[in-house]
Design a protein around this ligand. Structure first.
Ligand code: HPA
Ligand code: ZN
Length: 353
């Protein structure tokens, strides 16, 4: 047991555990904001912007959400994002997410966005970043959520294209806290982006990368050693390599794990078979996240509730560890983290005593 988990947390009823999971302050560190576009909003934006969709109705679109692997999801995810054209569209998408996140007890959200998905369709970088940044400011002032943006490079495209994207984003540097790496993992190892990550680091940007979702442990090693990331997104395949687990534990390297995503993309057959308990037992700095909640069947709280229900060995101590890890692994200022960690202890004193 981690020494900083409050002593002697009792076994709680399901109802009390669910209330605790909701109330505990937590950070969401792995959410692709384009993956929060609900089918209803996709259709509303398609109408507003005169964009034709390949699906006749909200229901038909939702029924297409039966994925067999990462690529089968990405094809639909990029089609859904095609309705986003104007600054207001990006604002509306992110605002809808923040309202949901607040209801789930999120106090800090670090949003991934994929500018190339939009700039390659002729959407200006300004519309993307300024719409998202406006939603982040309003989330702070109206919802009390601290929010930040992480620009992700699409790894199925070239490193040259990533350099162009970084250059296009630099006029908006003040709105971006870091860069990440997403899209099709297999066949696109982190080393492909070594130079552009080094350039991003020179600009003082934080570094994260998807690795070890579908790709092998070798991609986690190269995300660490070549890209020099500060968090690994997913990383669940690390357990295939014991020396990698030792390295991740020794570095206290955060893993942003996304249980509902992993089941929907067939990384695990069911939540009951997810390796989250083994990751925690290995002493890894695990966090829970929603990835693409509109596509995978649940926002952050739903990820917690369904995962804890499927894995009864997870109780209040695991809830505390996961929430604390998320706050500590965020890129928020130290004084915010201190405040949220105190609020986390208060919540456990009230609801888990
Ligand atoms: N993996 C890789 N790329 C992505 C994902 C994901 O889960 N979601 C959106 N882009
Ligand atoms: Zn992801």
């Amino acid at each position: 047991m981690n020494p900083s988990v409050p002593a002697a947390l009792p076994i709680l009823s399901r109802e009390k555990l669910h209330a605790l999971l909701r109330a505990m302050p937590k950070a969401e560190l792995h959410i692709h904001i384009e993956g929060s576009l609900e089918p209803e909003l996709i259709f509303a934006l398609a109408r507003r912007n005169g964009v034709a969709l390949a699906y006749p109705s909200v229901q038909a679109l939702r029924e297409a959400y039966a994925f067999t692997n990462l690529q089968s999801f990405l094809d639909i995810y990029y089609a859904g994002a095609s309705v986003l054209l104007h600054e207001q569209d990006f604002f509306d998408m992110a605002w809808a997410y923040f309202v949901r996140a607040q209801a789930d007890g999120v106090v800090r959200a670090e949003l991934f966005f994929d500018p190339q998905t939009h700039t390659d369709r002729g959407v200006p970088m300004a519309a993307v970043v300024q719409g998202l940044a406006r939603a982040c400011r309003q989330a702070h002032s109206e919802l009390g959520i601290s929010a930040a943006l992480i620009l992700c490079f699409l790894r199925h495209l070239s490193e040259d294209a990533a350099f162009v994207t970084l250059e296009q984003a630099l006029p908006y540097r003040e709105h971006i806290i870091g860069v990440g790496l997403d899209s099709s993992e297999k066949g696109h190892p982190p080393e492909k982006f070594a130079r552009v990550f080094a350039r991003a680091a020179e600009h003082g940007l934080h570094l994260v990368a998807h690795a070890g979702e579908e790709g092998p442990p070798a991609y986690i090693w190269s995300a660490l050693d070549v890209l020099k990331v500060q968090r690994i997104d997913h990383g669940v395949r690390c357990l295939e390599d014991t020396s990698l687990v030792q390295r991740l534990a020794a570095d206290n390297m955060p893993l942003t794990v996304c249980p509902l995503s992993n089941v929907k993309l067939c990384v695990f057959p069911a939540l009951a078979q997810h390796n989250l308990p083994a990751l925690l037992d290995a002493g890894l700095c695990v966090t829970l996240n929603s990835d693409d909640p509109a596509y995978f069947g649940g926002y952050l709280l739903e990820n917690f509730v369904q995962t804890f229900d499927a894995l009864p060995q997870l109780g209040a101590p695991a809830a505390y560890t996961l929430a604390r890890n998320s706050l500590q692994a965020s890129f928020a200022p130290a004084q915010d983290k201190t405040r949220w960690l105190a609020a986390l202890d208060d919540t456990f004193a009230r609801l888990a005593a």
